[in-house]
Design a protein. Structure first.
Length: 339
């Protein structure tokens, strides 16, 4: 759809079609799906194969009429979606974004991020998976050592996602940290096919089945995470400051959700301006422990890559100096945020 969209809608064509349906009909498309399914069931019953005696089939005086609306019983029906359509999830994401201080407080309370204890509990979860003091990620490690560490990290994140021990939002955010780590590995010369192997290991662990995702779709996940970091940087500059990172933890979607991010600069600008702004207190405790993904990547890789190298690989400049990470690491170590 190359023409100008209604209400400057941002999203892919399928999302826009669902949006237009709701505008014109007044009923969300997802609410109509059960009615469509009932019509399909009626059609299947109408065309099901009848168990007739052979004699009746042979001696029937007139041939049956031909119905062009044929359902093939040999074709297995497609599995219905377990999650809502992307355009529905995207619309709900914008609706659920906090705007007032009361809404921000409610969102934080739902994840336990309104207190220092809850914040550091979340940080502990997001730094889970470090291997032996990061020895495998050390700067002198071989390519094989790095691959072993990446696969172990991917498996840990995948199992954490499927186990559901903590809030699923933290698990989703941890998957973004993993994909960002893989992006840095590629930028620093690690073979893409080995990175794809580690990424499939994460997907296999999270799905509970062997993953055979093709390389182009894996690359799309990595591109989506790089876009997300660029968007957080834009929101930080707009005035959300540390809340720009926290926003995608409180209301972040699954990894595949970010594949539908804006592809062009103009679309990104429209998306950016849809995020509601607010007055951000500089003295709130969340400002001392920002949920900036490159910081958590640095936690996992240890001495192998510097903070500036990580940010350069991910295409961001915000908080990219090593002293920025050291200040964050010291705050995490002391567990005493500045209020």
């Amino acid at each position: 759809m190359g023409a100008r969209r209604l209400d400057n809608f941002v999203g892919d064509d399928s999302s826009y079609i669902g949006y237009l349906w709701e505008k014109l009909i007044g009923i969300p498309l997802i609410q109509c799906i059960p009615q469509f399914e009932n019509l399909v069931k009626q059609c299947r019953r109408r065309h099901q194969v009848l168990d007739l005696p052979r004699l009746q089939l042979v001696t029937q005086p007139t041939p049956p009429s031909c119905d062009l609306n044929i359902w093939n019983p040999a074709k297995k029906p497609s599995t219905p979606r377990l999650s809502p359509p992307i355009w529905v999830e995207r619309t709900n994401t914008f609706k659920n974004l906090p705007q007032s201080e009361i809404q921000w407080r409610e969102k934080r309370d739902s994840l336990g991020l309104s207190s220092a204890r809850g914040i550091f509990h979340a940080v502990d979860f997001l730094t889970t998976g470090r291997l032996g003091g990061n020895r495998c990620f050390a700067g002198h490690a071989t390519k094989l050592d790095l691959q072993d560490a990446l696969e172990a990290f991917a498996n840990t994140v995948g199992l954490g996602t499927v186990s559901g021990k903590l809030h699923h939002q933290l698990s989703r955010f941890l998957s973004l940290i993993l994909i960002a780590t893989l992006c840095v590995a590629i930028h620093e010369g690690h073979p893409i096919d080995l990175v794809d192997t580690a990424q499939r290991k994460f997907l296999s662990a999270s799905r509970g089945s062997v993953c055979k995702t093709p390389p182009d779709l894996l690359a799309r996940d990595r591109a989506a995470v790089r876009w997300l970091l660029a968007e957080q940087q834009r929101q930080f500059a707009r005035g959300l400051r540390h809340r720009a990172f926290e926003l995608f933890l409180l209301e972040g979607g699954v990894l595949s959700f970010y594949q539908y991010c804006p592809k062009e600069r103009k679309e990104s600008r429209v998306f950016t301006e849809k995020i509601p702004l607010c007055d951000v207190p500089e003295d709130e405790i969340q400002a001392s422990v920002p949920f900036w993904i490159p910081f958590f990547v640095k936690f996992h890789v240890g001495d192998r890559w510097s903070c500036s190298t990580i940010c350069k690989a991910l295409g961001v400049e915000l908080l990219s100096q090593n002293h920025d990470f050291q200040r964050f690491a010291q705050m995490v170590k002391s567990e005493m945020p500045v209020a």
